[in-house]
Design a protein. Structure first.
Length: 276
């Protein structure tokens, strides 16, 4: 379990704190989306969860280990892997399979286990055919999948994606989300998706909305997306499909609906269209 209690954090020289006293818990196997506009504090949360930053006030514990305790930091980072926005900052070698194996090698693992982890990680992100490729020759989306594979090779229990799709085109974003969704379902990895794209939060078990360093609201996707006016007031919005759904309900085309994806909305509409 990850427990964040009354955490405050300020960057040196900043006029206002990045975080002003937030609290939340994330249980094993959860898929949590943390959303907010630029400057809301969400990327600061990512760095705090991995002990890259230490709270000024409050505490963060991972399975009972404090991020403020230097003796616990290495074990916390083994449990919590972070993938950042720019994959070039996490790629350190000139061959894909060597880059994915860099972390396990630094842990001193046996060669056979490293090779197995590299193979499994590349397979999980659908990049096994590129094992011998040069990372700099890959697309942005492929590089980000390599960065994710590098984290998976370390066998983390928690995968934090800090705006990991922000630099990608729509197809690249879609592929990363599909991979993350599969990792959560098939490998039972706890996922913390930090994003400004509301569509990426649809599959989460819970959404935490940050605004100016505070938690504005939280709940299931259905609960959060029902607060359209509130979200728009802080520079966010509901996913496009949810907006279309709400308009159809408003116009009387649909009696009511909880559809969050295009597929779910189509399933709701088709029987009505067939009746007509």
């Amino acid at each position: 379990m990850i427990k964040v209690e009354k955490v405050k954090y300020s960057y040196d020289g900043a006029e206002t704190p990045a975080l002003k006293g937030i609290s939340f818990e994330i249980n094993k196997g959860d898929f949590v989306a943390i959303v907010g506009h630029n400057g809301s504090g969400k990327s600061t949360v990512a760095k705090l969860l991995n002990a890259l930053l230490i709270p000024d006030e409050g505490s963060i514990t991972v399975d009972g280990m404090s991020t403020a305790d230097e003796a616990d930091v290495l074990n916390i980072r083994k449990k919590v892997g972070v993938v950042f926005q720019n994959p070039d900052n996490q790629i350190v070698t000139t061959v894909v399979e060597e880059d994915v194996g860099f972390g396990p090698e630094n842990l001193g693992l046996p060669t056979e286990e490293i090779l197995t982890r590299v193979h499994d990680a590349l397979e999980a992100v659908d990049m096994l055919p590129y094992a011998r490729s040069a990372p700099h020759m890959l697309s942005g989306g492929q590089k980000q999948r390599i960065a994710i594979a590098g984290m998976l090779a370390l066998s983390p229990e928690v995968l934090v994606l800090d705006e990991a799709t922000a630099m990608l085109d729509p197809l690249g974003r879609k592929k990363i989300i599909e991979i993350v969704r599969n990792l959560h379902r098939e490998k039972d990895i706890t996922v913390i998706m930090i994003t400004q794209y509301m569509e990426e939060a649809v599959d989460a078990d819970r959404i935490i909305v940050l605004n100016d360093g505070l938690i504005e609201t939280e709940g299931t996707p259905t609960e959060v997306f029902s607060q359209g006016e509130r979200l728009r007031s802080i520079g966010l919005d509901v996913p496009v499909v949810v907006g279309i759904r709400d308009q159809l309900v408003h116009d009387g085309v649909l009696p009511s609906s909880d559809a969050l994806t295009a597929e779910e909305l189509a399933e709701t509409l088709c029987p009505l269209l067939l009746k007509n």
